[in-house]
Structures are given as C-alpha cells and as structure tokens.
Design a protein around this ligand. Sequence first.
Ligand code: SF4
Length: 100
Amino acid sequence: MNKRRIFLINSLVGVGGALAAMAVNAAPEKAKANNTVKTLDEKSQKAVALGYVTESKTKDQVCSNCALYVAGENKTGKCGIFAGELVAAGGWCKAYAKKA
Ligand code: SF4
C-alpha cells in the first residue's frame, strides 16, 4: 500500500469517527430538549376549548386518574389530547376518561 492510499484511508476513518462522535453527542441534547417540555397554559386556545384547568373542581376526576394521562415529574404528565405539553396531575378537561 502506497503512502497516498494510507493517507486517504486515514482521512476517511477520521471523518467517519468525527461523524460518529457528533451523533453520540447529539443524543444527550435531544434528551435535554425532551426534558424542557412546557406545561400547558390553561388560558391557551386549545386548553380553553376543552375546558382544561390546572386544578380540578372534583377530587375524583383529575388528570392523574384519567386514562389519557402518563405520569411524569413534578406532579405533571403527558396527555394524548395535549401532545407536546405537560398537564397538571390535579388538572381536568372535558375529555376526561376514568382509568380502568
Ligand atoms: S384528557 Fe383531560 S383530564 Fe385526561 S389527562 Fe388529558 S387533560 Fe387531563
């Protein structure tokens, strides 16, 4: 193998390694972005449309015992109705469906 060929192979391996390192480093950034999901504002148009409130008026109907609620951190969770935002565990909306 001549010097030129060795140089080319080393260059390609170097580029591949750099790309792999970038991909590995990008993964934690994506995870960080998921941890910064904002909490649903009950005054937003979609929240108002479904009567969402952060504090339910009834103790037996709250987001935390709704079939659409997936518990998260800090008394918030994900809801299929309000994808991309977090709802309060003690919240409620007109789409409430008791967890089986
Ligand atoms: S559907 Fe309504 S009550 Fe159920 S988790 Fe979502 S926001 Fe809460």
